[in-house]
Design a protein around this ligand. Structure first.
Ligand code: FPP
Length: 605
């Protein structure tokens, strides 16, 4: 088919339909006009993937523009944004659109078999901007940056994977990448400061403005006080520090290295322009000159083109299947009811009725006694672990049946490396099968532990399980594997110290809450009930932070002999406890009648 002479649509992208080519060209113009720097960086992607990158960029930029516009109340802007997303969802279901932007986005979603729900994290972060809330701390700021931008990057990674170039980001580089993204967006925030002030928006965290004794009023009224000057100098140096020498570059494809090197150089040049602007920063958006940009981009284009040329990528053609054959669960309501109900116990026993205020939210288990169970049967220790896995499967079903929200199990401690290589190898194998074994019926799988010493493919598998189930809303099952509680706390302390040394954090602001936010799984709730089988009465470095107020439950039987009825029994026993969290009981009364207390104080522990 003869292609319309639309400039900039690479032949490798395999877009034959003239209307579709025009739709992609519209996205390209939109990205180029609204975000020329980001557009020039997208041009460093493999040619075949660029049109889809423009379309995905447009999918996020249109809602962003609706929210950022000066017209209408915040509520009206949110309504407009939601209407646009709803039209997009309908268009994706239908497979086409009369709107050129959405036409290209629909094609990208179909072609690459994407799930638009993956963008919803960013959509909700953008929507929250309508309220104009200022981030209080750097942690809030960073969470907002990651939420609003990570899904675009995530979709691009999916394109690479589906084009045949898997680019897993190793866990040890994820923090590094997040820090780098923070640097990019801090630079952007500085360069756009005057435009944001024009619309009365102040995006910098309150803690840093207060920390320099600057006032929001000074900024909003564009007064270049010594405090504001010191604040800007600090922010420039922070962004420079975050952008410099990212470690994740060392593991990327040379094409991606050329791309990210250009990102760093362009944003560092932007920071120099911010520095040079001085007081003008509050009135203009400083940018590096055209020549400076070209000096960075021209060599990057040559390097990236050469690198991508050596890696042939497959771009899928748009399928002509009816929409329902494409993975399309766009909204929670449209999700197919794929959740299998819990399998009942073989005996037909039903879970006990537990009053909601007697139900623990989070049960954690030390599954002890596998080795002794095996020894008692003259079996090798690993047979005990295999039987232990069956017990765990039944307990998971029982947890789903009773409606437990969080179940965390200790499957391999950082001390367990001292066991025989054979036993360790079997435990690694059981963990490798975890996603296949434990994920059913809405289970959200999480992994807590360190990647150090684990084979890379196992780490990838554990992350894959987390990724694939992150939208699930049933039981959250956290497998602690290669886990050490003290090491986690030491890591959080080290991160806090680093942040304090970098001037990002006032040591006086370190509280229990803040330390909790620095743990690797900050959203893990406190453990209500800690259960250990196997007759030992120890905690063994398991969740020391989260179990501070847990009720303890010890049973003598070995873990492989356990089933869901033991979990239910543990929960019934827990429901009878008087949980005071340090407060005094009003009147002495039978434990079974005592009310659960939700407050915490340093009273009678
Ligand atoms: C402690 O018993 C148990 C373990 C170290 C492993 C627990 C593993 C499972 C229950 C299998 C499920 C696996 C995964 C990866 C989810 P022990 O071996 O110390 O027993 P002992 O005290 O009798 O020697």
């Amino acid at each position: 088919m003869r292609r319309l002479p639309l400039p900039g649509i690479p032949a490798q992208a395999a877009i034959d339909d003239p209307a579709l080519r025009a739709a992609y060209a519209a996205c390209r113009r939109f990205a180029k006009t609204a975000n020329p720097t980001e557009y020039s960086l997208m041009q460093l992607m493999p040619a075949a993937m660029r049109p889809s990158c423009w379309a995905l960029w447009t999918a996020l930029s249109v809602p962003d523009n609706i929210i950022d516009t000066a017209s209408g109340t915040p509520a009206q802007r949110v309504t407009r944004m939601r209407a646009w997303i709803t039209s997009l969802e309908a268009d994706v279901k239908q497979g086409t659109s009369s709107d050129p932007f959405r036409r290209a986005i629909v094609d990208t979603v179909w072609r690459w078999n994407l799930n638009l729900r993956d963008l919803s994290v960013s959509f909700s972060a953008i929507e929250a901007d309508a309220e104009g809330r200022r981030p209080a701390t750097w942690t809030d700021w960073s969470a907002r940056v990651q939420r609003s931008n990570a899904s675009w990057a995530g979709q691009c990674l999916i394109l690479f994977n589906r084009a045949g170039l898997p680019t897993p980001m190793r866990p040890q580089y994820q923090r590094d990448f997040a820090r780098y993204l923070d640097g990019v967006y801090l630079t952007d925030t500085l360069a756009d400061l005057s435009a944001d002030l024009d619309r009365g928006a102040l995006l910098l965290p309150a803690e840093v403005i207060d920390g320099f004794d600057a006032t929001p009023a000074d900024l909003l009224q564009r007064r270049w006080t010594p405090q504001i000057q010191a604040l800007i100098t600090h922010l420039v140096s922070r962004a420079r520090h975050q952008l410099n020498a990212p470690a994740f570059l060392t593991v990327l494809h040379p094409g991606a290295v050329a791309l990210f090197t250009a990102v760093s150089n362009l944003f560092l040049a932007r920071l120099r322009a911010v520095e040079r602007a001085g007081p003008r920063l509050l009135h203009t958006g400083p940018r590096p000159g055209k020549l400076a940009r070209q000096c960075i981009l021209a060599p990057a284009r040559a390097k990236a083109a050469l690198a991508w040329q050596m890696t042939p990528l497959n771009v899928p053609r748009t399928p002509s299947l009816p929409p329902q054959q494409i993975a399309l669960p766009l909204t929670p309501a449209a999700r197919p009811a794929a959740h299998t109900p819990p399998r009942p116990h073989a005996s037909g026993v039903r879970p006990p009725a537990i009053a909601p205020d007697r139900m623990p939210r989070h049960v954690a288990i030390i599954m002890d006694g596998n080795g002794r169970w095996a020894a008692g049967r003259d079996l090798p220790r690993h047979e005990g672990h295999r039987a232990g896995r069956s017990a765990l499967l039944d307990v998971i079903e029982g947890a789903r049946e009773i409606g437990l929200q969080h179940l965390t199990v200790y499957a391999f401690s950082s001390e367990n490396w001292q066991r025989s290589p054979e036993e360790v190898a079997h435990l690694l194998e059981l963990a490798r099968d975890g996603r296949q074994q434990f994920v059913a019926g809405g289970v959200r799988l999480r992994w807590a532990g360190s990647p150090d010493g684990l084979p890379e493919d196992l780490v990838d598998e554990l992350h894959r399980g987390e990724r694939e189930t992150r939208g699930e809303t049933g039981l959250t099952l956290t497998i602690c594997f290669n886990y050490g509680g003290r090491a986690e706390l030491a890591g959080a302390a080290a991160d806090l110290a680093r942040a304090a040394v970098a001037g990002d954090l006032d040591p006086n602001s370190i509280s229990e809450h803040l330390l909790g936010r620095y743990l690797p799984n900050p959203d893990m709730p406190d453990v209500d009930l800690l259960w250990r089988t196997g007759g030992e009465h120890r905690i063994s470095n398991f969740l020391p932070w989260q179990t501070s107020y847990a009720e303890l439950h010890f049973t003598d039987g070995y873990w492989p002999d356990v089933d869901r009825r033991d979990l239910w029994q543990a929960i019934v026993t827990y429901g009878r406890r008087d949980r005071r969290h340090g407060t005094a009981s009003a009147t002495p009364r039978p434990a079974a009648l005592a009310k659960t207390s939700s407050g915490r104080s340093a009273g009678d522990r």
